[in-house]
Design a protein around this ligand. Structure first.
Ligand code: UTP
Length: 283
């Protein structure tokens, strides 16, 4: 299976940081966000990845390339551990890049990858959504896909007051954590939301989706919304939702970025010092 990682958005919720730097390169402790996403794909057995980029996103390509001078210097200094870590990044997977010339929406970003995907079912993993879980989230979805042989979307329950930030599904339960989608609505008001089950940034999609994106008219913010294409596709094809195990952070949201950094740092080498620092700060 191939994966598409859309990473061409403007990141306006994270300005001014994103004026000249992609939010997908925001550090989470010491690794850029998009490396977590690529590692999740690789950890799920996906080795062919297409990253959809745009103007100003070249640093993403450089990050997954070899860093000749740096590697040479680390080698000369005998810093083998660091050298191995750096080299591993450029060998993670076969990564291809496609430019989305204008940020016309998530649906459009996926559509520009259609020729690379061809006629196979593929994964979509948003470049700014990080999911921390025991089993990689996209692997959980692939397993669900194998059961239902139809598109599967990652969902989680969210608090009703936060529901308007998400795509929301109306559903029928099939079995534990697996649901058949009846309808899907993008960013509904609290009153309009058909449930509290929200779509998170991981999808397994059959290539039929491309014909529905092609027929789309611009929706919210004049963008081609993936949710609108899914809504149309639902009229003719079954689509399922899988409630995955894991914690999801949206790096488009400043608070989520702070939270994931604190959470992962508390699990890392700096945890003892950080705990002390936080305790003092909160006194
Ligand atoms: P978001 O809506 O979260 O990203 O899209 P955005 O548009 O960059 O953010 P804001 O709302 O302006 O702050 C989810 C993912 O889809 C990509 C983004 O890069 C992000 O990883 N995306 C979005 C594209 O690749 N192209 C687009 O036209 C829109």
């Amino acid at each position: 299976m191939k994966a598409v990682i859309p990473a061409a958005g403007l990141g306006t919720r994270f300005l001014p940081m994103t004026k000249n730097s992609p939010k997908e390169m925001l550090p989470i402790v010491d690794k850029p966000a998009i490396q977590y996403v690529v590692e999740e794909a690789v950890g799920s057995g996906i080795n062919d990845i297409v990253i959809v980029t745009g103007r100003g996103k070249e640093v993403i390509e450089n990050h997954f390339d070899i860093a000749y001078e740096l590697e040479k210097i680390l080698d000369e200094r005998g810093e083998t551990k660091k050298l191995d870590e750096i080299r591993k990044i450029s060998r993670l997977a076969d990564i291809y890049y496609i430019r989305q010339k204008m940020p016309l929406g998530l649906g459009h970003a996926i559509y520009v990858a259609r020729r690379h995907i061809g006629r196979a079912t593929f994964a979509v993993m948003l470049g700014d959504d990080i999911i921390i879980s025991k089993k990689p989230c996209i692997k959980q979805l692939i397993e669900a896909y194998k059961k239902v042989n139809a598109s599967v979307i990652a969902v989680q329950k969210v608090e009703k007051k936060r529901i308007s930030k998400y795509g929301v599904i109306e559903y029928e339960k099939v079995e534990n954590n697996l649901y058949k989608i009846i309808d899907i609505v993008e960013k509904p008001s609290i009153e309009e939301a058909p449930s509290n089950m929200a779509v998170m940034g991981r999808y397994i999609l059959t290539p039929k989706i491309f014909s529905y994106i092609k027929k789309l008219k611009p929706g919210k913010n004049d963008e081609l919304q993936l949710t609108d294409a899914l809504k149309e596709m639902l009229k003719n094809h079954d689509i399922y939702a899988y409630r995955f195990e894991g914690e999801r952070f949206d790096l488009g949201d400043k608070l989520d970025w702070i939270k994931i950094n604190v959470e992962l740092a508390l699990k890392g080498k700096e945890s003892k010092e950080l705990k002390k620092f936080l305790k003092n700060l909160l006194k």
